[in-house]
Design a protein around this ligand. Structure first.
Ligand SMILES: [Zn+2]
Length: 194
């Protein structure tokens, strides 16, 4: 992976909606950065399930600055903690999305420990998966309780998006397509008995 020469110490998120490249990939939402963003992060604390995307350097910076309970005190803090223990949590830890395997460790691993309790069907399903299967679901951005029909539909979308005919200017699309094909083989096998 390409390393940046210098990381801007003043990390700021771009205003507005998630940027998408003309090849359909997420653009890093850090101000001034136009790398491909392969790492999802929650948009804000009200919208934990809406993601914006960052490159590896910036997801690390985002992670180091993000403290979910920052700025909350007293009653508000207590309310948030109570909410966090009752709601439906995201099934995947942040940073485990596509290409997260490029990083040596999950950047969100320690920060989001409160998402770890196994009390959602998706999370329960994830318990029985091999690493290969987890990676495949993450690559497809699907939860592990997804059925074959959902997986097939998602595969078609991805295969279409990454088709060489639509990505002549992006030589990486072909590699991504190969990854998607391999992941699909893994997922088909793992859901064959469901
Ligand atoms: Zn970036």
């Amino acid at each position: 992976m390409r390393r940046k020469q210098k990381i801007d110490p003043e990390f700021a998120v771009k205003a507005g909606e998630q940027m998408i490249s003309d090849t359909g990939q997420h653009i890093c939402m850090a101000e001034g950065c136009f790398d491909i963003g392969s790492h999802p992060a929650p948009k804000n604390r009200q919208e934990l399930r809406s993601y914006i995307w960052f490159c590896l350097d910036h997801i690390r910076m985002f992670n180091s600055q993000w403290n979910y309970y920052d700025g909350l005190e007293g009653d508000a803090l207590e309310r948030e903690i109570r909410r966090a223990t009752t709601w439906e949590r995201p099934s995947w830890k942040f940073g485990t999305g596509p290409s997260a395997k490029l990083s040596s460790s999950d950047p969100f691993e320690d920060k989001f420990r409160f998402f770890d309790e196994a009390d959602t069907p998706a999370h329960a399903a994830a318990q029985n998966l091999t690493t290969e299967q987890k990676k495949a679901f993450a690559l497809f951005e699907l939860t592990p309780d997804s059925d074959q029909e959902t997986i097939k539909k998602r595969y078609k979308e991805l295969a279409k998006k990454l088709h060489p005919d639509h990505n002549r200017s992006d030589p990486k699309a072909e590699d991504r397509l190969k990854e998607i094909n391999l992941a699909y083989a893994v997922l088909r096998k793992s859901t064959a008995h469901v």
